[in-house]
Design a protein around this ligand. Structure first.
Ligand code: GDP
Ligand code: IMO
Ligand code: MG
Length: 443
């Protein structure tokens, strides 16, 4: 049995939801470790299309324990809406769903501050999802945050809320000339949420570590992606949490020695939701083609996603900082019919060749990507479930992705549905994985 972290290798929306859904079958527990309702994870199965913002994508399976870890910031209204929506579709959410008492809460003033801050930045805005994520994590780090457990204690909640609203109102009124918030209104609203959620709130560090102790299998579902991680990403054009694999430990209270593997999810091209540098972005009709064929519109915001070729520098960096043990590559079918396909292996800037991701946004903004060009394939890959049936050009392209990303591919996704998948190696299986080169030779 394996305890596996799933992490986005690019700027989010790599198809984590689909892969988590597939791997959840072999998991006992699925846990979200960071982010909040800025995430939009799509799962398509025989019952329809589901987009998860806070609930772990494993919730569709009966008998799995689903956990929101301490590293997540919870918007209770959004969570309740998601639970109600799923229950209306016949998904049972009972005692199998548990939220950490240590998870921080998003309050209405967080969204207001985010909106005002974004507006004040003008063209340098981050392009956030508007869910109050950044200000909620800022309160957590400033040690004034309100946690799920605090919501259950009316005296404590009121005291913290009074202090915070006083501070936030000063901020909103003086800095942004905006109207402040009323304590009583928020208090009553959130006490209602607490009543609804109280049976789901617990110490999830005990739950998770006990499960591991019993030999159960835990899947850690990352949101966003490595390059949106607050430490490792294209700062400041990032989200405010630890989206990279390290966040799986801090965001759940499970130690690194308990983790068996880290699977990185990578689209076979690149997309980006908000603002910030994007070296391989295509502003021409090739980018438009990727956007149209890949249906690249935000699952949370509905915004069109920026599109470009696969960036090997971006994914190799993800291999390094996450310690990836394997990759799942998604959306191969979207490249069907392209005459030629490009893959970036480095950046040229001011006469220097960069093989590694730069922390300097100027380099990432003004560099010239160095491309290798591949012939496309005429036979469609859509829906294929066997590696042997892939066109040779697609196999060559994928083999090069493995080399450039310095990581073996375990899963190839050829469509949005559960079954449209080629599983070369199941990382949740009890056996230890073999290096890709050897396993491919055997195939
Ligand atoms: P996540 O945030 O990483 O879970 O990804 P999103 O759900 O935001 O975006 C991925 C989109 O691609 C969703 O609409 C998925 O249904 C879809 N998708 C996932 N894998 C594939 C694939 O292999 N092919 C195609 N065509 N669509 C896919
Ligand atoms: P999933 O889990 C893609 C981006 C926003 C913005 C930046 C900061 O579906 O992959 P935030 O609201 O988090 O403060 O916004 O991060 N962003 C995402 N982009 N997928 C996501 O989640 C994202 N969550 C946040 O577009 O650029
Ligand atoms: Mg998404």
């Amino acid at each position: 049995m394996a305890n596996l972290v799933i992490v986005g290798t690019q700027w989010g929306d790599e198809g984590k939801g689909k892969i988590v859904d597939i791997l959840s079958r072999d998991a006992d527990v699925v846990v979200r470790y960071q982010g909040g309702s800025n995430a939009g994870h799509t799962v398509i199965n025989q019952h329809g299309t589901f987009v998860f913002h806070l609930l772990p994508s494993g919730i569709l399976y009966r008998g799995k324990t689903c956990v929101i870890g301490n590293g997540v910031v919870v918007d209770p209204a959004s969570l309740i809406e998601e639970m109600d929506g799923l229950q209306a579709k016949g998904v049972k959410i009972g005692r199998n769903f548990v939220v950490s008492e240590r998870a921080h809460v998003i309050l209405p003033y967080h969204k207001a501050i985010e909106k005002a801050s974004e507006q004040s930045k003008g063209s340098r805005k981050i392009g956030t999802t508007g869910r109050g994520i950044g200000p909620s994590y800022a309160d957590k780090m400033a040690r004034i945050g309100i946690r799920m457990g605090d919501l259950l204690n009316p005296q404590l909640f009121r005291r913290k809320l009074e202090e915070n609203v006083a501070e936030m109102n000063t901020f909103l009124e003086r800095l942004y000339q905006m109207e402040g918030f009323q304590v009583e209104k928020i208090f009553q609203q959130y006490r209602g949420y607490a009543d609804r959620l109280k049976d789901h709130v617990a110490d999830t560090t005990v739950l998770l570590n006990n499960a591991i102790e019993r030999g159960e299998c835990v899947l850690f579902e990352g949101a966003q992606g490595t390059h949106l991680d607050v430490d490792c990403g294209t700062y400041p054009y990032v989200t405010s949490s630890s989206a990279a694999a390290g966040g799986a430990c801090t965001g759940t209270g499970v130690g690194p020695t308990k983790i068996d593997g880290v699977m990185g999810i990578a689209k076979v091209y690149t997309t980006r939701g908000g603002g910030g540098p994007f070296p391989t972005e295509l502003l021409d009709n090739v980018g438009g083609g990727l956007q149209e064929r890949g249906k690249e519109f935000g699952a949370t915001t509905g915004r069109p996603r920026r599109c470009g070729w696969f960036d090997g520098v971006v994914v190799r960096y993800a291999t390094r900082v996450n310690g990836l043990t394997s990759l799942a590559v998604t959306k191969l079918d979207v490249l069907d019919g392209f005459k030629e396909i490009k893959l970036c292996t480095g950046y040229r800037y001011n006469g220097t060749l960069y093989k590694d991701m730069s922390a300097d946004l100027q380099v990432l903004t003004d560099c010239e990507p160095v491309y290798e060009t591949f012939r496309g394939w005429a036979t469609p890959t859509t829906g294929l479930t066997s590696y042997a049936k892939l066109p040779p050009q697609a196999k060559r392209y994928l083999a090069r992705i493995e080399e450039v990303a310095a990581c073996p591919i375990d899963i190839i996704s050829t469509g949005s549905k559960r079954e449209e998948t080629i599983v070369l190696n199941n990382p949740m299986a009890p056996k230890r994985r073999r290096p890709m080169a050897k396993s491919r030779r055997k195939r």
